[in-house]
Design a protein around this ligand. Structure first.
Ligand SMILES: N[C@@H](CCC(=O)N[C@@H](CS)C(=O)NCC(=O)O)C(=O)O
Length: 209
C-alpha cells in the first residue's frame, strides 16, 4: 500500500459482496479510506445507471473499470483479490487458499442472485456442494490458527467473509466443522473487526449481498 496523503477511495455497490473483505482489511490496517457507494434502484428493475453512467469516466483513463475499485493516490486497482493483495500482501500459502475460496464464492453468488433457480429450491443441492468445500477448507486449515499458519494474512479476510456469508444463507453449515467455527470466532474477536463489523453489516445486510 502506498502512503498517499489522501484517504484511499473504495468504490462498490452498497452491499457486502466483493468489497467486504477489503473494508475489513482497511479497518484492520487503520488505513484512512472513504467509500463511494453505488446504490441500485429498487425491484423489479434494480436500475444500475448510477454506475453505468459513470463507468467509463470515474477512473479516468484506467482501462479496466469495475466494482470494486480502489484509488490509492496515483494507483488505481480493480479485481477484488488484487485489491486485497494491494492492501495487505499475503504470504504464499494464504494466497493459495484465498484463491481456492473463489470457486465457492462463484457458487454463492449464483445462489444469491437466483442463477441456480428459486433460492428455496436451489438450497439443498447448494448445501451439499458447500459441505464438500467446507471439508476441504477444514482439512487445509488443519490445526493452524490462520489459513497461512500462525500469522493473519489477507486470505483470512476473504475466507472469513465467505464463511460468514454462507452461515447467513445456510445457517447450520458450519456445524460439524469446529475448526472453521473457531476460526470465525477468532477473526470476529480481533479488536478492529469487532469494532467495525456492526457498521458494515448494518448498511448492507438489509439489502442482501
Ligand atoms: N472478478 C471481479 C468481478 C467484478 C464484478 O463482477 N463486479 C460486479 C459486482 S460484484 C459488478 O457489478 N461490476 C461492475 C461492472 O461489471 O461494470 C472481481 O473479483 O472484482
Amino acid at each position: 500500500m502506498s502512503i498517499a496523503s489522501k484517504p484511499v477511495v473504495l468504490g462498490y455497490w452498497a452491499i457486502r459482496g466483493l468489497a467486504q473483505p477489503i473494508r475489513m482489511l482497511l479497518e484492520y490496517s487503520s488505513i484512512p479510506y472513504e467509500e463511494k457507494r453505488f446504490e441500485q434502484g429498487g425491484a423489479p428493475d434494480f436500475d444500475k445507471t448510477c454506475w453505468t453512467d459513470v463507468k467509463d469516466t470515474v477512473l479516468g483513463d484506467y482501462p479496466f473499470p469495475n466494482l470494486p475499485f480502489l484509488i490509492d493516490g496515483d494507483i488505481t486497482v480493480t479485481q477484488s483479490n488484487a485489491i486485497v493483495r494491494h492492501a495487505f500482501p499475503p504470504r504464499h500459502d494464504g494466497h493459495r487458499s484465498g484463491a481456492e475460496g473463489m470457486d465457492l464464492r462463484n457458487r454463492t453468488v449464483g445462489l444469491a442472485y437466483g442463477r441456480s433457480g428459486k433460492f428455496e429450491d436451489a438450497v439443498p443441492a447448494y448445501a451439499a456442494a458447500l459441505r464438500t468445500h467446507l471439508q476441504r477448507y477444514s482439512s487445509f486449515l488443519g490445526d493452524r490458527v490462520w489459513f497461512a499458519g500462525g500469522e493473519l494474512t489477507a486470505c483470512d479476510f476473504v475466507m472469513y467473509e465467505l464463511l460468514d456469508q454462507n452461515a447467513l444463507m445456510v445457517p447450520s453449515c458450519l456445524e460439524g466443522f469446529p475448526t472453521l467455527k473457531a476460526f470465525c470466532a477468532r477473526f470476529e474477536a480481533l479488536p478492529a473487526i469487532k469494532a467495525s463489523k456492526p457498521q458494515f453489516t448494518e448498511h448492507t445486510d438489509r439489502k442482501g449481498g
